[in-house]
Ligand binder design. Structure first.
Ligand code: TRP
Length: 342
């Protein structure tokens, strides 16, 4: 009975490239949604190692190593393997086959116009030497999403154009097939938007060195908060300060449960008389309260790597069946060759 009920739930699929440890940007962007959704939805989480290769082709070792690290982050943060199926992308061949089929229903010009791709090409400095796999990763991501027939995709706001492109592919395939073989998906984006890095310059990113990891030590949290960007014109405690664009307040908005206390602090800061150190002390306390239990659970789990491996092994096995069934549906809907019925 329980099983049947779960089968009826809407399907959620989301994923991460295993290029490094997950950080607070991931937490705000999607992890928090995933922890909530797993109790009411049928949730799959994909460790997107094949996608990781699209911008780390010269370092496959890094991608391989980080699969287990990302799995540890998931489990430590509260993604429960009894509620969520965790799987490894490159071990799901049906996704690669779907990608290859979908590539025929997308133009290069459309891929080049994708705003996420445009931004990332610039950020990674590819210039004209864009790896074809990178240009096409939105198509592979469409395969990830549709392979599980997901209708809900929790993502950061930078990924929204990819979900739009996924739905274009879905419509194109359905038109070709003459029936709704695949569902469209909806992006679930957090209200708080994008979390800036501690430098306040760009979004939080490990490679930019402005991140706070989910496994950060107390000392690392302290250091990060200490160097956090505030209001450069707030020189003396008595000066009125700006809250907008002040990273410490952005983080308090994102992580402090006591909204009223945060509003009081903002009023006081704007008026003058509240020092950066006092606000930073509070943020340090809030972040330590969030991260300490994650860090402790992670340390315990890390002592049993075989158990973690087993979680992703069995999740991947279950996902193989699901994604293969979708591939069969799509092949059938498009009327492709099979030895069985020609
Ligand atoms: N592109 C996503 C990111 O960089 C990761 C990802 C891969 C993903 N496959 C996905 C996200 C499917 C949502 C759905 O963060």
């Amino acid at each position: 009975m329980q099983q049947t009920l779960r089968q009826d739930r809407p399907i959620v699929l989301t994923g991460d490239r295993p290029t490094g440890a997950l950080h607070l940007g991931h937490y705000i962007g999607t992890l928090r949604s995933r922890i909530a959704l797993q109790h009411t939805h049928r949730q799959y989480v994909l460790i997107a190692d094949a996608q990781g290769l699209t911008d780390h082709a010269s370092d496959p070792e890094r991608i391989r190593r980080n699969i287990i690290e990302v799995a540890l982050d998931y489990l430590a943060v509260g993604i429960e393997p009894t509620q969520t199926t965790i799987c490894v992308q490159s071990a799901l061949p049906a996704l690669s086959e779907l990608t290859l089929l979908y590539l025929n229903y997308v133009t290069v010009a459309r891929l080049e116009r994708n705003p996420t791709i445009k931004d990332e090409i610039q950020a990674r400095g590819f210039g004209r030497d864009i790896p074809a796999g990178f240009l096409c990763y939105p198509v592979a991501q469409a395969a990830d999403i549709t392979g599980f027939k997901a209708t809900i995709v929790p993502v950061g706001d930078d990924q929204v154009p990819i979900i739009e492109q996924t739905n274009e592919i879905v419509r194109r395939i359905c038109r070709q097939a003459g029936r709704d073989v695949l569902p469209e998906a909806k992006a679930v984006v957090p209200a708080i938007g994008r979390l800036p890095g501690v430098d306040g310059v760009a979004k939080m990113s490990k490679s930019l060195g402005n991140a706070i990891c989910l496994s950060a030590s107390s000392e690392e949290i302290k250091q990060a908060v200490c160097r956090m960007y505030t209001d450069p014109n707030h020189l003396k405690v008595s000066d009125p300060g700006r809250v907008e664009g002040n990273v410490v307040f952005t983080y308090l908005d994102a992580f402090d449960e006591d909204k009223e206390a945060v509003e009081d602090l903002k009023t006081h800061y704007r008026r003058g008389g509240l020092g950066d150190t006092t606000v930073k002390k509070r943020l340090e306390f809030v972040l330590e309260a969030l991260i300490a239990p994650i860090r402790e659970r992670r340390a315990v789990l890390a002592r049993h790597p075989d158990d973690v491996l087993e979680v992703i092994r069995s999740g991947t096995a279950a996902s193989r069946a699901v994604t293969q069934a979708t591939l069969d549906d799509v092949r059938d809907a498009l009327g492709l060759f099979t030895f069985g019925r020609n």
